[in-house]
Design a protein around this ligand. Sequence first.
Ligand code: DX5
Ligand code: ZN
Length: 230
Amino acid sequence: MKDNWIAPSILSADFARLGEEVQQALKSGADVVHFDVMDNHYVPNLTIGPLVCEALRKHGVTAPIDVHLMIKPVDRIIPDFAKAGASYITFHPEASDHVDRSLQLIRDNGCKSGLVFNPGTPLNYLDYAMDKIDMILLMSVNPGFGGQSFIPYVIDKIHEVRQRIDASGRDIRLEIDGGVKVDNIREIAAAGCDTFVAGSAVFGAGKDSDPNRYDSIIKALRDELAKARA
Ligand code: DX5
Ligand code: ZN
């Protein structure tokens, strides 16, 4: 079983002081930086690109950066994110005309690759992809915005993907994204996830003036994860 990773989504951070926000979350015990890229085309919102990823690296962020592409098409921008310091790059299979090529492009550029499944997207995209991916990201909300509620039927999908990963015998992380909170992370972990995106739960916690403002939320999430393993 893999170590559990907590991946705060910077979508809910204060963009005016993003570097400090990310460093605070990491200092409080976060494992990974979840970096949401939206294009106002594949999803109805617009966020950040490779320049901001590079800026975080220049600010001294050394933790893995998990780039979640909610853009269409995907290939043109993949090398830019690799150069900007991305560790993982994941994309939605509906957003690429050539899924195999896009996955290969991510690895050729030295990053770990992954596919993202919307709540309503079938898992058959995995049938011929298990040897080309390092991460499977299940959306538990429809992508585009932070602060939405976890869609309960995705729990069944987590079980299904967990079985596929175990049957493959491959080293693939299973990540969940959307509506993850202290009160549901235990059930999500028990279903088989090992990587947990949390946007509003983390960056909505604590007082801005408190340099340790994310300590208690990240500890609370970890305590729940420990119970899931107990
Ligand atoms: C939604 C993004 C998420 C988002 C999650 O499209 O992919 O990463 O930030 O936010 P919360 O944790 O608030 O649901
Ligand atoms: Zn995301």
